[in-house]
Design a binder for this molecule. Structure first.
Ligand SMILES: *Cc1c(COP(=O)(O)O)cnc(C)c1O
Length: 420
């Protein structure tokens, strides 16, 4: 007799540990992005299935029924009940993320949902946070309304000294919107001195550009909306837990996500898997493109007597920080495989910054970043806190020479228009 309630049987696929054992080493990031979820296969189809169910049949045999509260935590991976707890597409997405981020990963409905879940879990009285993504400050403001949580300024030593054990040092690196990096080893030392947790928003430098666990992060957060999604078509947030904390923290974060109700949607879990397959290809190309464009812009500015030098007042990117020139600096050690694909240009005036985007043919004028298509944004459109001359640039996977020529023709057209 066919049982109505028996989960589909797993048909094949080695888990990440089995693959590591078989090869005698960990596979490359590119291979893990394609194979770290093989063990979740439940069908002979090569392309992952799309599960849209919100609810899952219990065992047909009454003797096999185990109420949720008595479930064996070790069986978490196999038992599906209701998609607000977990669902097959996001389990698959998380299997790949856990492998490529180097610590067990959980997915959320958005980057801010992940940030919120992280702060709720760690429950600090104070969070030291620098400039960076304005939404995270807004989230902390909400918590201030609820329980008085205090925001301190990360780059102010007097503020850091106010931190108490159990508080959080939250470092975004590279920073939004400048693309400049911050020294994680330094903040790990400060966190140890003060008895604080170190959390890192690593959205701007996904693998293979940076591994915050190598610099002591307790939790690594990403807006998966950006490079993990990579095609400007899904919202997603991710938390990865430092491996030696995982046993304790993973179960509690899962339980809290169930009641926060901020899991990733089924469609997003499926899209996330599809996107992660090409993460390494995309990010290397985007990083390389951005590096070439920034060097070209910086060279033009140094040379003078051209439209870049005339209209671009300042270029911000981690590749332009003084430490980038020294291969032994903290910056070169923290970002050994290239700089992030986002940088900022400060134009000569607010008018220039506002009008440049409409002159470009390849760059879309839109907020967000991380997709295959290059974007520019007159940043004042979505972030009231930044200088109004600032244009944020997110580099996609197009040919870099085409992007260079587009910027050049756009600046020339702007220069004509604003001649007097
Ligand atoms: C986009 C972004 C976020 C917020 O992520 P959402 O997915 O939009 O909620 C947080 N931090 C950084 C650095 C971001 O770029």
């Amino acid at each position: 007799m066919v049982s109505k309630g028996t989960p589909e049987k797993k048909v094949d696929g080695a888990g990440p540990d089995q693959l590591t054992a078989a090869f005698g080493r960990q596979l490359s990031l590119a291979s893990r992005s394609v194979h770290a979820d093989d063990h979740t296969n439940t069908h002979t189809a090569v392309a992952p299935p799309m599960h849209v169910s919100t609810t899952f049949r219990y065992a047909d045999n009454p003797d096999d029924l185990v109420p949720w509260a008595n479930g064996d935590p070790a069986a978490w991976d196999d038992l599906y009940i209701y998609s607000r707890e977990k669902a097959p597409n996001s389990t698959r997405y998380e299997a790949i993320l856990s492998s490529i981020l180097g610590g067990p990963a959980l997915s959320y409905a958005s980057g801010l949902a992940a940030f919120h879940a992280m702060i709720v879990f760690l429950n600090p009285k104070r969070v030291a946070i620098g400039d960076g993504y304005h939404g995270c400050h807004g989230n902390l403001k909400l918590l201030n309304k609820l329980n008085g949580l205090e925001q301190l300024e990360l780059e102010n030593e007097d503020d850091l000294a106010k931190l108490q054990p159990g508080d959080v040092i939250h470092v975004e690196t590279p920073l939004n919107p400048s693309g400049e990096a911050r020294d994680l080893d330094y903040y790990r030392r400060r966190a140890d001195e003060l008895g604080c947790y170190l959390t890192v928003d690593a959205t701007f430098a996904p693998p293979p550009l940076q591994d915050p666990f190598r610099h002591g992060a307790d939790v690594v957060m990403h807006s998966g909306t950006k490079y993990f999604g990579g095609h400007s078509d899904m919202l997603s947030g991710v938390l990865a837990i430092r491996p030696d904390r995982a046993a304790e923290w993973l179960r509690q974060l899962r339980e809290e996500r169930l009641v926060l109700g901020s899991v990733a949607g089924n469609m997003e879990g499926w899209l996330g898997v599809r996107s992660l397959r090409t993460l390494e290809l995309r990010v290397r190309r985007q990083s390389d493109n951005a590096g070439r464009l920034v060097s070209w812009l910086a060279e033009q500015k140094r040379a003078g007597g051209n439209v870049v030098a005339d209209l671009v007042h300042r270029i911000q990117h981690s590749s332009q920080q003084p430490e980038a020139a020294d291969p032994n600096s903290w910056l070169s050690r923290q970002m050994p495989n290239g700089h992030g694909p986002v940088f900022s240009l400060w134009l000569k005036s607010e008018q220039h910054a506002k009008r440049l985007p409409s002159k470009l043919l390849l760059f879309h004028h839109a907020t967000s970043l991380g997709g295959v298509e290059s974007l520019v944004e007159w940043r004042a459109m979505s972030d009231p806190s930044v200088d109004r001359r600032l244009v944020r640039v997110s580099i996609g996977v197009e040919g870099w020479e085409d992007l260079r020529d587009d910027l050049l023709q756009g600046l020339q057209a702007l220069s004509e228009e604003l001649k007097d």
